[in-house]
Every structure is written in structure tokens, then in C-alpha cells.
Write a protein that binds this ligand. Sequence first.
Ligand code: ATP
Length: 354
Amino acid sequence: MPRIALIPGDGIGVEVVREARRVLQCVAAAEGLDCELSDWDMGADRYLREGVTITDEEFRALDEDHDAILLGALGDPRVPGNEHAKDILLGMRFRLDLYVNFRPCVLLSPEMSPLRDASPLRLEIFRENTEGEYTGMGGSFKTGTPDEVALEENIATRKGVERIIRAAFEFAVSRGRGRVTLVDKSNAMRHVGGLWRRVFRAVGEEYPGIEQDAVYVDAMAMDLVRRPHRYEVIVAANLFGDIVSDLAAEITGGLGLAPSANIHPGRNAMFEPVHGSAPDIAGSGRANPLGAIRCVGLMLDHFGHGDAAARIEAGVVESIRAGCTTPDLGGSLSTSGVGDWMVRHLEASYASPR
Ligand code: ATP
């Protein structure tokens, strides 16, 4: 029985997780999947109330007593610098060692794409999630003076690089994808880039059936606009993966639709929509819950329920086709209106034979 921790967090995170939860309960009931859901009070309110972001015991419980986490969003204008969000989000990535950041960018409907060629597009991005420039290693000297020096180290370990590259190849094999592409900047960053290239070649030799190539990140930025259809699975270090996946999300429908997973294969996984807490629309009922709802699909797929995940994806496609969406996608439904529509649609889909 999967044990799932729900962390709505801040702003629209609370609103979109409410709808994602309803979709999860609907699908779990129809599939006969017994999920144990627990609600976690974590975010700006608690931080401002108690001065607590996340405790050691909570990290332990999330890691050992749960199979997955569904997170809404963290970030609140009342916490300048959003230190609570960093503690919780980066804390989970590092302490639960969620080294795969998986971001599927799928064009669900041609009119969602700003590209000239809006034929079907599926880009699946594996971003390294625990190293690179995000470890906080570095420092500054003579801060605030004209002689200031600042260092932000780019950390790459053989183990860290190898496991994310292997995860990308394993995914390609298990899902029948034809090509894995490494994104780097090894012409300018010879040490770290060189390690990525060498490991990519070495691991790639174990997967002779998969086409493989390596592309500099600047060339990839152009290619994603010019000829994105040439790519399938993309693997990249933390910083490049962050940038490339935002670009890929935008050409396939934008923030409101994009889901992501943070995974340590075989151990734990945290699912979160790519968007933030969007304080500008929080409380207005305008938040698009489809990114969070697609996270439920990713979670079910992760648990081995690919059919249930496909039903949710088909429901999202149908809601866009029928115009039953929030204003950011041109519709006039509220956040809960989209949740209602999805639940009704899924119930009907389970009631009628396929
Ligand atoms: P973060 O720093 O946490 O990424 P941000 O402020 O940079 O946050 P978002 O909170 O994602 O980014 O918001 C960016 C813009 O996109 C805002 O104008 C917001 O209203 C809009 N937006 C984000 N998510 C959604 C959503 N689910 N539905 C509708 N609009 C959204």
C-alpha cells in the first residue's frame, strides 16, 4: 500500500494539491489501489508561526515511512529570500538523495506551442539534482567592496554523473526511446565537462541499441526552438538541466501544465509541478491545477500503474481540447472547476468499457 505524504506548501500550491488529491483518490478507488495519504503542514505559515522549516525527524519520516511525496509549491512574499523553501526543497533533494530530476515535456495540443512546427513532441529530461552549482560550496571575500571575490563551485563526482546518465539510458530502454542526448559545455568547462563526456561514452557503450550524442548547451538552446523533434531523452547537469527543461516546458505548453519528479530509484520520490507559489494569483481561483494533476500521473506511473497514468494524461488532453481549463490556457473554469471536470471525466472513463 503506497504511503504518500502531501505537502501543499504555500500560495497556489495549496489550491492545486487540493485538486490533485481528489484526482488521486478518484483514480485510486477505481483502480482498487489502497493509498495511505497524510497531510503535512510545512511552508511559510508554519515558519512564521513557529520558526520551523523542516525537522530532522520529518526528514527521517519522509524518507523511511513514505513511498512518495506530493508537493505543491513553496515561496511566500512574507519570507524575504524564501529561506524556508530552500531548507525544505533543497533539503529533500540532498537529504533524501533524490538525484534524478525527471521533467517530461510533452506537447499535449498543437495550439499550446509557440513553435512553427507544432507536430507531436515529447522531450524527457533527466536533470542531475544533487551536485553542480547547487551544493552551496564556495564563498565570498571582501564582500561589498570594489575588490570583492565570489566563488560558486561546480561539483561533479563520478558516482553522481554516472548514476544520472544510467537512469536516462535505463529509462530510454524501458520506454522504447531511440536516442539519449547529453547537454554540456565541455568546450569551455574542460574538467567537469570532460568527466561528463567520458562517463556518457562509457555508460553509453552498455546501450548499443540507443542512438547517443552530445550537444553544447548553447547549441541546444537554439535547437530546442529550431528542430526540437530531433531529441527524445536529454540528460544534463543540475544548472543546464534547469535551464533546458524550462525552455522545453515553455515550447510544450508552459508552466501551468508542467509536472516534475525528483527520484531516488528504488528508495523515494517527490513529485511537484514546475510552477512556483504564484503569489500574484493565490486565492483568486485562477491557478491551473493540471501541472499538479499530471504529477499524480507521474506518481502512479512510478508505482507501476502506467494505465492509470495514461488515463490521467488523456483526461488532461481532453480538458484542453474541450476548453475546460483555467484562464491561463484560455478557458474560464476555476481551479476547483478544473478539478471537478477531471474527476467527472475520469469517473466516466472508468465506467465505460475502453
Ligand atoms: P518560483 O521562484 O517559486 O519559481 P516564480 O514567481 O518565479 O516562483 P511562479 O510562481 O511559477 O514563478 O509564477 C510565474 C508566473 O506564472 C506568475 O505570473 C504566475 O501567476 C503564473 N503561474 C504560475 N503557475 C501558474 C498556474 N498553475 N496557473 C496559472 N498561472 C500560473
